[in-house]
Design a protein around this ligand. Structure first.
Ligand SMILES: O=C(O)C(=O)C[C@]1(C(=O)O)C=C[C@@H](O)C=C1
Length: 285
């Protein structure tokens, strides 16, 4: 049998991030390694303790996981793949419990955010309490043994911790997908797909006091007909009012148009780093 990759993720077994690992690598090829914090996930990868990491980066209802943008910039890792996973949330309680009894709902802040319409309309009488991951919230509810406590988590967590589904599909819109990034150490060569199937993620900062600097930075891509998929800005720590811009652009750094755009960007920006060039991810329903 081929050797398995050890793949770190933030959370506990039964979390959506574990599901993303199994969907991307296949159960035979990956050994998920749960860790309590994102920082520890990046450190485990950098130090060689694990082979790969899987991190959520954005959700189609609740938006970006900002902390992971900051950690991508702070650590020597690169993006080698991505995956969009359909997220279905369920309200989980003790077997035999009823929704009217629930007074406390525990879950990951992203999951609480993705279900806020349901919480507002069906659980006005309950308090939403952030937990560090969905599966951990389910385990806690099972351990507490309190019929007034519920968790929001996936179906795998329900099965794992013996909880009952009190309401299913409670996300605010059924088109609920979380995009995950697959990370490796920088020396790992990502798979290279045919032209038209690749994507490159970069981070850059603008030169100060240059009028039109952001426009000029983005023009390097438009001039070469390169599509931009996403732009995200984060504070540049230590320089209030300045930003780091994270960009996802069509194409691979091995394609000439992208190479030329990157050279051009290096001329107009204060700093540029390629975070990874990788095949565009598939959607898993
Ligand atoms: O708590 C989990 O199950 C996770 O894997 C984390 C996480 C996230 O951070 O976005 C992953 C997918 C869902 O969007 C909800 C939570």
């Amino acid at each position: 049998m081929a050797e398995k990759y050890t793949v770190a993720f933030q959370g506990e077994l039964g979390a959506f991030s574990e599901e993303a690992i199994l969907a991307y690598f296949g159960a035979e090829q990956a050994e998920p390694v749960p860790l309590p914090e994102f920082e520890l996930v990046f450190e485990a990868l950098e130090s060689g303790q694990v082979d790969r990491a899987m991190i959520p980066i954005e959700n189609s209802l609740f938006g970006s996981v900002h902390v992971n943008y900051d950690l991508l910039r702070a650590h020597a890792v690169s993006i080698i793949g991505e995956l969009e996973l359909r997220i279905r949330h369920h309200l989980l309680g003790l077997p035999g419990g009823r929704i009217e009894q629930i007074r406390h709902v525990y879950s990951h802040p992203q999951a609480l955010g993705q279900c806020r319409t349901y919480l507002r309309t069906h659980l006005q009488h309950a308090e939403a309490i952030p937990a560090y991951d969905t599966a951990g919230a389910a385990r806690m509810v099972a351990e507490m043994g309190d019929p007034a406590a519920a968790a929001i988590a996936g179906i795998r967590a329900a099965a794992k911790y013996g909880l009952e589904v009190l309401a299913s599909g409670i996300e605010s819109h059924p088109q609920n997908y979380t995009r995950f990034l697959v990370l490796a150490r920088p020396e790992v060569t990502p798979p290279e797909g045919p032209p038209g199937t690749m994507k490159t993620s970069i981070v850059f900062a603008l030169r100060e006091n240059v009028p039109g600097a952001l426009f000029k930075s983005l023009a390097v891509f438009a001039l070469r007909d390169l599509d931009l998929y996403k732009i995200e800005s984060r504070p540049l720590v230590g320089v209030p009012g300045s930003y780091l811009f994270y960009l996802d652009v069509a194409g691979s750094v091995h394609e000439e148009a992208v190479q030329r755009a990157m050279d051009h960007l290096a001329e107009v920006a204060a700093f540029v780093r390629v975070l990874g060039s990788y095949p565009r991810g598939r959607r898993v329903d």
